[in-house]
Design a protein around this ligand. Structure first.
Ligand SMILES: Nc1ncnc2c1ncn2[C@@H]1O[C@H](COP(=O)(O)OP(=O)(O)OP(=O)(O)O)[C@@H](O)[C@H]1O
Length: 905
């Protein structure tokens, strides 16, 4: 076929003067020969569709069969071709009977008028279609078999569709050339396409570099911005602010904001609207009609911004997308490339920005590790989960560091040489500034010890629920596609797997050399995020028992405990964290009383069914009834907020307790003040178990009286000490006798003193009489002082190690403790005199808040200086009111441009 002829057709049918690129021209020239299979791998927007649409017109009596994953995509293509007066049709579940009959009649003729027939892969697997296809092939009426979005064939791709695996059978008994098209694909994906679609050994490839020079990539950190939404607004305004008076409405600049959850899309759209930027949200939870309406509104230029989950975009062909924002971290480099690549399809400069946030990372890591745990020993699911972790880790590195050109994420992923970025990303444009930003981000994360607080948030629709969610999304399109199409991705996957074992085996064989996530890396990730109590030097103390398994049982225990609490609790005072901690204790008790995996499983199963049984009987389970919440920590801001909430609960309890003499209501002592607990326990009827006895492992005293030592529930205040809170033991009352009122109050608050080793220790009188033994964890129930932490070497050894102290150490501690009692009681008196002021936690919180901007500006020489300063100021201003505190901090910051360890408060 001469190139002149091709150019003539190009002009006549598609109204283009020339080919979009040399690669496009070469691919079309090769495909027109109709000699061999062809694989086209070019970035989004590079004009792949033309590569088969133009050759399809060269064979007037043949039909080109195009397999395409989405009805929306198909509709777009058919509309486009119809506008060019090219006859195209589609067979899918939505095709009306009359239309279907007309198509079939046309295909049976010797000169079908339809040039391109679009089919979903699900439709391709129906008997009706298979019969039709074999008939038409026999009559030599098929020009090409085109597989669009061919990466859907691969589990390594971001849009795996099990039905794509079955397309290979279309090759049986014919020599019709197969044209596979995909956006830039990695090596593994290409391998999968070749194997699954059974491309000939001599197939031709047309691949272009993944580098998109017109796209500028950068990353911003939400926690470093005063107002992330304001920042976003300014960014959007800049991007949309083109001199566009001459542009038609649909060609005006617009943008996409990808969010991880449906809720986020709504929140971001709402915020932007509030700030005067017209925005809509789009996600799979909306009605089909709404989605179409919103997409249409964005597509035709009525609304410039769409806040969407990843369900938006496949097949969206809008040239004037000037920005793509990821509000949160994308899930892997391939998806990120695809999603951000929707910007600048017209080749004009466009921006791709991530607004990163650590909480997202934790949420996703949590989900990924859970997926891995769920995969159990199923090889294919495990490999997939491992790949997802590995890919996500790359995204995290991309966001949290400023190591290399942003475009290299893609070139590395697609196995290409590094591109010549020339300032097309923030790092290449101004490395120093980006490094500093990344540094500040990390500092801030350390400062606030951002831990996994957000995993409690409902992320069930994270990335539209992953593949399952995406499958639900497809459901809208593919309902009824085949008789047995459940559109549940897992089931689909299972069915596909059954039918395609051979293919999958081959795929795995091909992957032998691929990089895999080491078990070590996974264990590390798990131990970092593990909720279960670390118990020993290894993750397999019970032979064969892994952390993922423990996490699974823990989740189940948490679930049944929550049910029990919801169903049977008359006086709800625990929060979710308490329930989780109670579950952690239960799991730990199962763990420590097991020597084999089977025993561990049995123990957990028994525990789970006992709790369930209680729930059915509408009775609270003893573990919950006797559960005492752990002393709140004050390590992070969220701890602080939680504690303040709890204190409020405790306050409201104490104000209502006098009205409520019903002893049954003492079931949940939860967040009553320690003082109140003391009073309450005295009121308990004879023989009734007190919550505190649960911890003490000692017999209940007559009349329900419990040892004063058990009433200690020290609320450690922000910056109360420098030591690791996880090493903290509590000092309990120093006399078993009824203490004097002043001392009693002190006991109730709890007393902490530092030993020489700067470890805070807590005693009971009896322990002071001789050798001090750090209490061991009760085997059967809750750990007393243990806190959740990553699995560490020799952990268990440390827990059970005896802590011997010399007499002089003990005497020193007693002296210190007495001094502190006096000191604290003096403080208390002076507080009482000066009237009601802010609570300690509130002072701490306010001071941190006031100092933080200076910290972000790097005016503190270290994180430690920041903490020490905040602590010193908080202590110094304990009795001041808010205005005084603000004034003091303002003056302090004004007088001290740089704050070092030597700066005096
Ligand atoms: N030769 C050409 N000259 C000018 N414009 C072209 C040419 N070929 C294709 N285009 C235009 O380029 C845009 C992108 O084309 P197309 O949708 O085929 O890209 P694609 O590579 O298939 O992208 P995606 O992977 O997102 O589907 C379309 O608007 C199309 O009309």
């Amino acid at each position: 076929m001469s190139n002149n002829k091709l150019e003539e057709l190009l002009k006549k049918h598609f109204k283009y003067d020339s080919f979009k690129s040399k690669l496009q021209e070469d691919a079309i020239t090769e495909i027109s020969k109709r000699e061999d299979d062809v694989l086209v791998s070019m970035p989004t927007g590079s004009g792949k569709s033309l590569c088969y649409q133009l050759p399809a017109l060269l064979f007037p009596d043949k039909v080109t069969f195009v397999f395409s994953p989405l009805l929306a995509l198909i509709k777009d293509q058919i509309d486009h071709l119809t506008a060019q007066k090219i006859k195209a049709a589609s067979l899918n579940s939505k095709t009306l009977t009359a239309e279907r009959a007309a198509i079939l009649t046309d295909l049976k003729t010797n000169s079908p008028s339809i040039r391109l027939l679009y089919i979903t892969p699900e439709q391709a697997n129906t008997h009706t279609f298979k019969d039709l296809f074999s008939n038409i092939v026999k009559r030599d009426k098929v020009a090409y078999i085109v597989v669009d979005e061919a990466h859907c064939v691969s589990e390594w791709g971001h849009d795996f569709r099990p039905d794509y695996l079955k397309l290979g059978v279309l090759r049986d008994g014919n020599n019709v050339p197969v044209i596979a098209l995909t956006a830039t694909a990695g090596v593994e994906v290409i391998k999968d396409i070749v194997v699954s679609l059974r491309l000939s050994s001599t197939y031709k490839t047309f691949r272009s570099s993944c580098f998109r020079r017109n796209l500028f990539y950068d990353v911003y950190y939400q926690n470093l911005l005063d107002s992330p939404y304001e920042h976003l607004k300014v960014f959007i305004k800049n991007c949309l602010n083109a001199q566009d008076d001459v542009l038609s409405k649909e060609n005006k600049p617009c943008g996409i904001i990808y969010c991880r959850t449906r809720e986020q899309t709504e929140v971001v759209a709402f915020k932007l609207c509030e700030m005067g930027i017209k925005s809509l949200c789009y996600h799979a939870g909306l009605k089909h009609k709404e989605r179409l309406e919103y997409q249409e509104s964005w597509q035709n230029g009525d609304c410039p911004v769409i806040c969407a989950t990843i369900s938006f975009g496949m097949g969206v062909d809008k040239a004037s997308v000037r920005f793509v924002v990821h509000w949160g971290v994308p899930k892997d480099p391939a998806s990120f490339y695809q999603e951000s690549g929707r910007a600048g399809r017209d080749g004009r400069a466009s921006k791709c920005r991530i607004y990163y946030n650590r909480a997202d990372r934790h949420a996703i890591e949590f989900h990924l590790t859970r997926d891995l745990a769920k995969a159990k020993h199923q090889e294919s699911r495990t490999v997939k989960a491992q790949n997802a972790i590995k890919a996500f880790t790359k995204m995290v590195e991309y966001c949290e560091t400023a190591k290399e050109c942003r475009h290299r994420l893609f070139s590395n992923h697609f196995g290409e040489p590094p591109p010549d970025c020339r300032n097309r990303c923030d790092i290449c444009r101004n490395r120093k500034e980006v490094e500093e930003r990344a540094h500040n981000f990390l500092m801030k994360c350390i400062q606030f010890s951002e831990t996994s607080t957000n995993i409690d948030v409902d992320f069930s629709d994270l990335y539209e629920g992953g593949r399952k969610g995406m499958a639900d999304d497809y459901k809208a399109y593919c309902d009824g596609e085949s008789s047995n199409s459940s559109c549940n991705s897992f089931e689909m996957e299972q069915k596909a797997k059954k039918h395609s074992t051979e293919i999958i085996k081959k795929q795995f064989a091909l992957r032998k050399n691929s990089q895999e996530v080491s078990q070590d890396a996974i264990n590390k990730l798990f131990s970092k995020r593990a909720r279960v109590i670390a118990a020993s030097a290894t993750s397999n103390k019970v032979n064969g028992l892994t952390l993922p398994t423990r996490e699974q049982y823990l989740s189940k225990l948490f679930e049944v405990l929550t049910d029990n609490y919801r169903e049977c609790c008359m006086n709800p005072e625990f929060d979710e964290k308490d329930l989780e901690e109670c579950a952690v204790d239960l799991e730990y008790s199962c763990f420590t009383s097991s020597t084999t995996l089977t025993i561990y499983r049995n123990n957990c199963a028994k525990m789970i069914s006992a709790i369930k049984k209680k729930t059915q009987e509408k009775e609270i389970h003893s573990a919950l009834a006797s559960y005492v919440p752990k002393p709140p920590k004050n390590e992070t801001l969220s701890d602080l907020f939680r504690n303040i909430k709890k204190q409020q609960m405790a306050n409201s309890n104490s104000s209502t307790s006098s009205d409520n003499e019903d002893p049954t209501n003492t079931k949940f002592e939860g967040f009553k003040s320690a003082k109140q607990l003391l009073n309450d326990t005295k009121k308990l009827p004879k023989g009734q178990t007190t919550v505190t006895s649960f911890f003490k492992n000692e017999p209940e005293k007559e009349g329900g009286e419990s040892s004063p030592s058990s009433k200690t529930n020290s609320l450690k205040l922000l910056f109360g000490d420098d030591s690791d809170p996880e090493k903290t033991l509590k000092i309990e009352g120093d006399s078993p006798k009824e203490p004097k009122s002043e001392e009693k109050a002190q006991e109730i608050d709890g007393i902490e003193i530092k030993s020489d080793t700067s470890e805070i220790v807590t005693f009971e009188k009896s322990e002071l009489d001789g050798e001090y033994t750090k209490p061991e964890l009760p085997v059967t129930s809750t750990r007393k002082e243990e806190t959740k932490r990553p699995l560490e070497e020799n952990d268990e050894e440390q827990v059970s190690k005896k802590h011997k102290m010399s007499d002089s150490e003990i005497n020193a501690i007693i002296m210190n403790k007495r001094r502190e009692i006096v000191h604290k009681s003096k403080d208390r008196k002076s507080i009482e005199k000066s009237g009601p002021k802010m609570k300690k936690t509130e002072v701490g919180l306010l001071v941190v808040k006031l100092l933080t901007p200076a910290y972000a500006e790097r005016r503190f020489d270290s994180r430690d200086t920041f903490k020490t300063t905040a602590r010193n100021i908080s202590h110094a201003l304990l009795h001041k009111d808010e205005a005084e505190i603000k004034q003091f901090v303002k003056n302090f910051l004004r007088n001290n441009e740089k704050i070092t360890a030597g700066t005096i408060v």
